[in-house]
Ligand binder design. Structure first.
Ligand code: ADP
Ligand code: MG
Length: 238
């Protein structure tokens, strides 16, 4: 769904990095209500850094992050209280707790998470640490979506997962957006992400080098992969 509504989340000339050294420089990025926006780019391009800074998990080094049109420096927990959901790149579930207990400590109803990912139902009693990689990502995604975030930021949901599971996760994000959520997704898996996205940005060495509709990106995928995502076609392995 493409909308004319003003962006719900925006980066304006954003500079971000670590210990005062920027690795993201001058990024402009808009996420409109109801959109799925994907940020693509090779390893080390600054995708995670951009996402964490837009989430308020990392302080920016310059420029602005705008939340519902107003510049914000609010820390992550305050933005979460205001409708932001995050599925981080690193493991976010608690390994020693059961699937059920992981869902219980989420901000949304357990039953909602199980409606979204019924695959988790037979696994409720299992320790989360014993789940497969794909099941763990489903658990983290189900928990985040069950909270009904107005904006969900997700980092590399597909990393190391079988294509079918990647499609399953992408579909869940698309459905959430179709039901009114807004999604900003960081991915190396260009093909699968573009299949559900409305718009795309490509980052290279900390800067936006391409942006356009997902449709445009899909039509020019070969060229985009060659030019921006590395000759090996990173993100296009199937
Ligand atoms: N915690 C950190 N401390 C210092 N440098 C980091 C840290 N995390 C990432 N970087 C560096 O910042 C750059 C961008 O990284 P990142 O945003 O993780 O890229 P991507 O998510 O696109 O792979 C890389 O050069 C990376 O080495
Ligand atoms: Mg990353």
């Amino acid at each position: 769904m493409l909308t004319d509504e003003p962006p719900v989340l925006q980066a304006r000339d954003l500079h971000a990095g670590y210990r005062g050294v920027p690795c993201v420089r001058g990024v402009d990025l808009d996420v409109h209500p109801g959109e799925v926006v994907v940020v693509l780019g090779p390893n080390g391009a600054g995708k995670t850094t951009t996402l964490l800074t837009m989430a308020g998990a990392l302080p920016g080094l310059g420029g602005d992050v705008l939340w519902r049109g107003a510049p914000t420096k609010a820390p992550l927990h305050r933005r979460v209280g205001d409708g932001l959901g995050v599925v981080p790149e690193e493991r976010s579930i608690t390994s020693r707790l059961s699937v059920l207990d992981n869902l219980r400590i989420g901000a949304g109803p357990v039953e909602r998470a199980l409606e979204l990912f019924s695959e988790l139902r037979p696994l409720l009693g299992r320790r989360a640490g014993l789940l497969s990689g794909g099941e763990q990502r489903m658990l983290a995604t189900a928990r985040a979506l069950a909270a009904g975030p107005s904006v969900l930021l997700a980092d590399e949901l597909s990393l190391g997962l079988a294509p079918m599971i990647v499609s399953r996760l992408m579909r869940a994000l698309r459905e959430a957006a179709d039901q009114g959520a807004t999604v900003l997704l960081v991915e190396q898996h260009a093909r699968k992400a573009l299949a559900v996205a409305d718009r795309a940005y490509i980052l290279q060495r900390g800067a936006v080098v391409w942006s356009g509709t997902a449709d445009e990106a899909r039509r020019n995928l070969r060229r985009i992969e060659r030019a921006y995502l590395g000759q090996d076609g990173a993100g296009a392995r199937d």
